[in-house]
Design a protein around this ligand. Structure first.
Ligand SMILES: [Zn+2]
Length: 82
C-alpha cells in the first residue's frame, strides 16, 4: 500500500516538474518574440519622407540613398535624373 502512495507521489512530482518545465519553455518562447516585435515597432515609428513625392513612410520600408529616402525605386531613379 505504501509503495502505491510512493508511486503516486513520484507520479505527481514528475507531472508537476513537467508542467513547470513546460511553463518555463513557454515563457522562454515568448521572450524573443516580444523583443523582436518591440524592435520592429521602434523601426516603424521612425518615419522618413520621400524626397520626390514628400510622402511619409516607415524607415524600414523606405529606400535609402545617401542621406535621402524614397518610397519606391522609381522615385529614387527620378530624383537622380533631376
Ligand atoms: Zn515617392
Amino acid at each position: 500500500m505504501s509503495l502505491l502512495i510512493v508511486r503516486l507521489v513520484v507520479f505527481v512530482l514528475l507531472f508537476w516538474a513537467g508542467f513547470r518545465i513546460w511553463q518555463f519553455w513557454q515563457a522562454k518562447q515568448q521572450l524573443p518574440g516580444d523583443k523582436y516585435s518591440s524592435q520592429t515597432k521602434g523601426d516603424s515609428e521612425m518615419m522618413v519622407r520621400c524626397e520626390k513625392c514628400k510622402v511619409h513612410l516607415p524607415k524600414g520600408s523606405a529606400i535609402k540613398a545617401g542621406e535621402q529616402y524614397f518610397c519606391c525605386p522609381e522615385h529614387q531613379a527620378f530624383f537622380k535624373k533631376e
